[in-house]
Ligand binder design. Structure first.
Ligand SMILES: *Cc1c(COP(=O)(O)O)cnc(C)c1O
Length: 387
């Protein structure tokens, strides 16, 4: 059957006249590729995380994850540990470099990477691990560091994690990791349409990522040998990529970043409202981090319990009939052809993810959501779960 017209989309970007004006100004400036807006966005992003890090703007989080791993020297023969419960880009970037993603199962309560499984997956070829702060709930990176030791690089997939903290550490401040990578994709907590940001405390990682995001061009390298005063001088030190962020996107990102606290406040309120409204239903609700830690509430993922009157697909269908959009985050990687076939994994290798995948559904949660939309989702979910 066809779905009713959508009264509540799954997500919608929160864009005001301020973003429209900022993009228009960037266009009128005559500079539409990477320039002053991008540099200002990088500086403001680093300051927003408390300083002490460098921020490198890129055209997607996927690009940023690729650059961060490349800057850490990941290459053929290396193994990189990735939770099976993530979006495919976390693992695909490992393949870009000729390395092998090693999938591990997740914690049944948080659905974040299981640190015990990480310990079992460690081997002589392990070079890096990529924790994903799923939905905006922080992974305990301090505990992860204790498990993997100092020689394994930690690259945080922070696509959902603006703003997130764990144990007081702000994701992106990179106190215990080599780098973190944020996404500004259309549905994320702040958006530039397409875009991403790498943060790191390591000046060598930042410098390498800046060179590799733009064809491997290094202005300083050529200057070192000759032509040291010529404006046209540059050298190309590696076959790099085309991953830079343009100024119109950066101008939008600056406004979104300035509004991010207000937008996060709205997401938090919606999550709290859902939490109280669903408390008596046969649903497992998302975990709140202990105070004072922050959950970004990028996603509100519920799990339909066995005793519920409908299963996950039934809930999805009943909501869709009422014009309410939902989504699923994520089909675990081990169930996707590319990873199943190339890694030779089977569902039984990941019992937690395989089981929980059958029960999970993401409800609409976005800062531009009206109160009426929130209440509409609540009554539709309550009705479905008591059917
Ligand atoms: C969205 C997302 C990405 C990729 O972000 P892009 O900016 O679209 O490349 C990576 N990892 C996770 C977990 C995501 O949800």
């Amino acid at each position: 059957m066809t779905a009713a017209p959508q009264v509540v989309p799954f997500a919608r970007p929160d864009i005001t006249e301020a973003e429209v004006t900022a993009v228009a100004e960037a266009l009128r400036s005559g500079w539409v590729t990477s320039g002053p807006q991008m540099r200002a966005f990088e500086e403001e992003f680093a300051a927003h995380l408390g300083g002490g890090v460098e921020a490198v703007a890129v055209n997607s989080a996927t690009a940023g994850l690729h650059l961060a791993l490349e800057a850490c020297g990941i290459g053929p023969g290396d193994e990189v540990i990735v939770p099976t419960w993530t979006f495919t880009s976390t693992a695909e970037v490992v393949r870009y470099l000729g390395a092998t993603p090693v999938l591990v199962d997740v914690d049944p309560v948080t659905l974040n990477i299981d640190l015990g499984e990480v310990a079992s997956a460690l081997g002589p070829q392990t070079r890096a691990v990529m924790p994903v702060h799923l939905a905006g709930l922080g992974v305990d990176v301090a505990a992860l560091r204790a498990r993997v030791g100092d020689s394994v690089r930690i690259i945080e997939d922070a696509a959902h994690a603006l703003p997130t903290s764990n144990g007081g550490d702000v994701v992106g401040s990179c106190l215990r990791s080599e780098a973190a990578v944020f996404s500004f994709y259309a549905t994320k907590t702040i958006t530039t349409g397409e875009g991403g940001m790498i943060t790191t405390r390591d000046p060598e990682i930042a410098a390498r990522a800046r060179i590799m995001r733009l064809h491997g061009i290094d202005r300083d390298a050529f200057n070192r040998y000759a032509f040291d005063t010529a404006g046209w001088a540059y050298d190309v030190v590696a076959p790099g990529f085309k991953y830079n962020m343009g100024d119109p996107a950066a101008a939008m990102g600056r406004v979104q970043l300035a509004r991010s606290a207000e937008m996060h406040e709205r997401r938090q309120r919606i999550a709290s409202r859902y939490h109280e409204a669903f408390a008596d239903l046969p649903l497992a609700l998302p975990v709140h981090p202990p105070a004072p830690d922050t959950h970004a509430w990028h996603l509100y993922m519920v799990r339909v319990l066995d005793e519920a009157p409908v299963d996950r697909d039934g809930l999805e269908r009943l909501l869709s009939e009422k014009g309410i959009g939902t989504s699923l985050h994520f089909i675990p990687l081990h169930l996707l052809s590319v990873w199943r076939e190339s890694l030779g994994v089977v569902p039984e290798d990941f019992p937690v993810a395989t089981r929980e995948f059958g029960r999970v559904l993401s409800l609409p949660l976005f800062s531009a959501m009206s109160r009426a939309q929130v209440e509409r989702v609540i009554s539709a979910v309550r009705e479905a779960m008591r059917a």
